[in-house]
Design a protein around this ligand. Structure first.
Ligand code: CO
Length: 137
């Protein structure tokens, strides 16, 4: 079968101080932010740095009880999740569920920058939190 994963959409990194992280990427790599967004439903402030057709997504919590806030408290800064781009988030999520794997989102939901997303549980995917991202039109 043809792969449902068409691209690495983003690699997400959880940080305490997003402005310091943005400044570091700019200073060291000359890499700048192309999109900034607060996603209140997820309790995150995110900054996207473009690398070819993918992004580095710097993430910081807007409140300590958000999933990223809890993650930072428990694990500290570092890799948080990897996001794969898919043509159809619902189709990809159904494929995961059909395999019997555990998911976090039972149905696709809105993500940042007009995307549709769903998360797969890291217990199902060898310890990596996976996000499936369908780009908006
Ligand atoms: Co993400």
């Amino acid at each position: 079968m043809e792969s449902l994963l068409t691209e690495v959409d983003h690699v997400a990194i959880a940080v305490h101080d997003i402005d310091a992280a943005i400044a570091w990427y700019a200073e060291v790599f000359g890499a700048t932010v192309v999109h900034r967004e607060i996603v209140e439903s997820d309790g995150v402030d995110e900054a996207l740095i473009q690398v070819a057709d993918s992004y580095i997504q710097l993430l910081t919590p807007t409140r300590s009880d958000s999933p990223v806030g809890k993650y930072l408290a428990k694990n500290g800064e570092g890799l948080h999740h990897i996001a794969y781009r898919v043509d159809d988030c619902a189709v990809a999520l159904e494929a995961v569920k059909a395999s019997g794997a555990r998911v976090i989102d039972e149905a696709p939901r809105p993500g940042s920058r007009g995307t549709t997303v769903a998360f797969v549980h890291p217990k199902a995917s060898f310890g990596t939190l996976i996000e499936l991202v369908q780009e908006g039109d």
